[in-house]
Design a binder for this molecule. Structure first.
Ligand code: HCA
Ligand code: CU
Length: 444
């Protein structure tokens, strides 16, 4: 028997993430770029479990009538959710539905806790998508919502005017005035990524003033690279519900990344919005998602190992002294617990000296290190694809310079200064991004 819980007994937090990785994220071209095309049932269950354990309480899925597979996956996902209820509390599964009885009926039959209804309100949507005018949109959707409400008073209902940021404010109001009393949330999606932070702040403010008893939801596309900033503005202006995906994947350049949003709120000391989220699991969740896409955690993702990886010689030298020089943000609290130093043509003699002496145990002085660094910088450009720069460095040190290891007694060999460890030979599952070049990894 399936578990259920009425939304009226749920006390929403100051910030409720609505994760839409399995809906908006499934529309990402990345799935195609990586020959993946869709998330398997097993992928979906793993992602849903990870989100629930992370503290997400609202997960958006496609309407079950999108495909037979989506319909079957609804029950598999519900089961996965039910298994975690005792440990994590209830998570609401929301169906993304057109204002169409076929979608609504299928979602209710599949056991959805709520319906995220949408209908385009901009000139573009009205002309080229569904072809209906503002009064027809209002009439149809209010009738549909009233009918649903009669039979299913507990369903969580949301309405979004799709393409809201290309919809004139008075047009949006004309539709929302009728719908607001019937729903628990109003969305305001920036469907095509045209919004600026100031436009978002103004829009959320205007909606708040006009509909003070309805919660607002943000959904921002990243076409201009503004999704994260727009989302922060929306939260600041009072949008309590925000749609995100893991790694920000979604249609075109995607939407807001869940961990990027929470990380920025943390950095800005907005702790009131972070209640109940397992922030330390942020990086592992990003790695899980990257793994599902068969790619690395993207370099532009704030919660990434890339943000704790150092390639330039000047930086590496300072990093050996203190990680704070080039790492200002508390990424360790978001699960990026290590930093990396890459060996390559940009590395300076300092790090080369450190690596050969402390990690490899060579008897080497600074003058030799400078000379070996010069030789290394010349030769490293010629290493074959896939070969390790550290192997070349060790080869130069041992063969060309005849360096010998210091005879360190066995019991002291593992005791390395500053907790830096040799990673040139070992690879750790899930987090290797720069495997062949990583020479030092430090924990903080
Ligand atoms: C879509 C468009 C959508 C819907 C958002 C919403 C958008 O792919 O159906 O339901 O609020 O960006 O407008 O993702
Ligand atoms: Cu979208």
């Amino acid at each position: 028997m399936s578990v259920s819980f009425s939304f009226k007994y749920y006390q929403p937090r100051n910030l409720e993430i609505i994760d839409t990785t399995l809906r908006e994220g499934s529309q990402s071209s990345l799935l195609h770029d990586h020959y993946k095309y869709f998330f398997s049932t097993a992928d979906k269950i793993e992602i849903v479990r990870a989100l629930i354990l992370y503290g997400v309480k609202f997960i958006e899925l496609f309407a079950p009538n999108v495909s037979p597979q989506e319909a079957t996956d609804w029950s598999a996902i519900r089961e996965a959710r039910d298994e975690l209820v005792v440990k994590c509390g209830y998570t609401f599964l929301l169906a993304h539905v057109r204002c169409h009885p076929a979608d609504v009926d299928a979602a209710i039959k599949a056991g959805a806790d709520g319906l995220n209804m949408y209908m385009g309100t901009s000139d573009e949507s009205r002309t080229y998508s569904h072809g209906q005018g503002l009064s027809e949109i209002t009439r149809r959707s209010t009738k549909l919502i009233e009918d649903i409400r009669k039979d299913y008073p507990d369903l969580v209902l949301r309405f979004s005017g799709e393409d809201a940021f290309r919809t004139r404010e008075e047009d949006l109001f004309s539709v929302y005035d009728a719908i607001a009393p019937l729903v628990s949330r109003l969305g305001t999606p920036d469907t095509v990524g045209v919004a600026t932070p100031s436009a978002v702040a103004r829009r959320i403010q205007a909606l708040r003033e006009r509909y003070p008893s309805v919660n607002l939801e943000g959904h921002f596309h990243d076409d201009r690279g503004f999704a994260l900033y727009n989302t922060l503005e929306a939260v600041r202006a009072g949008a309590r519900y925000i749609q995100t995906t893991l790694l920000g994947i979604g249609e075109r350049s995607g939407i807001t990344s869940m961990t990027a949003l929470l990380f920025n709120l943390f950095v800005d000391k907005q702790y009131d919005f972070l209640d109940g989220y397992q922030l330390r699991a942020s990086y592992p969740v990003n790695v899980l998602m990257a793994d599902k896409l068969r790619k690395l955690v993207p370099s532009k993702e704030p919660v990434s190992l890339t943000n704790r990886t150092h390639a330039a010689g000047v930086h590496q030298k300072a990093m050996i002294n203190s990680a704070s020089t080039y790492e200002a943000n508390p990424l360790d609290q978001f699960g990026v617990t290590e930093s990396e130093i890459l060996l390559g043509p940009l590395s300076g003699w300092n790090v080369i000296h450190y690596f050969l002496k402390e990690i490899c145990g060579f008897d080497i002085d600074e003058t030799q290190a400078k000379s070996i660094a010069a030789a290394f910088k010349k030769q490293v450009y010629n290493i074959p694809f896939g070969a390790s720069p550290s192997a070349l460095l060790i080869e130069i040190a041992a063969s060309e310079y005849g360096l010998k290891p210091i005879n360190v007694p066995e019991q002291f060999r593992g005791a390395i200064a500053q907790n830096l460890t040799d990673t040139s030979k070992t690879a750790e599952i899930g987090e290797v991004t720069h495997a062949s070049g990583v020479i030092l990894r430090s924990k903080r």
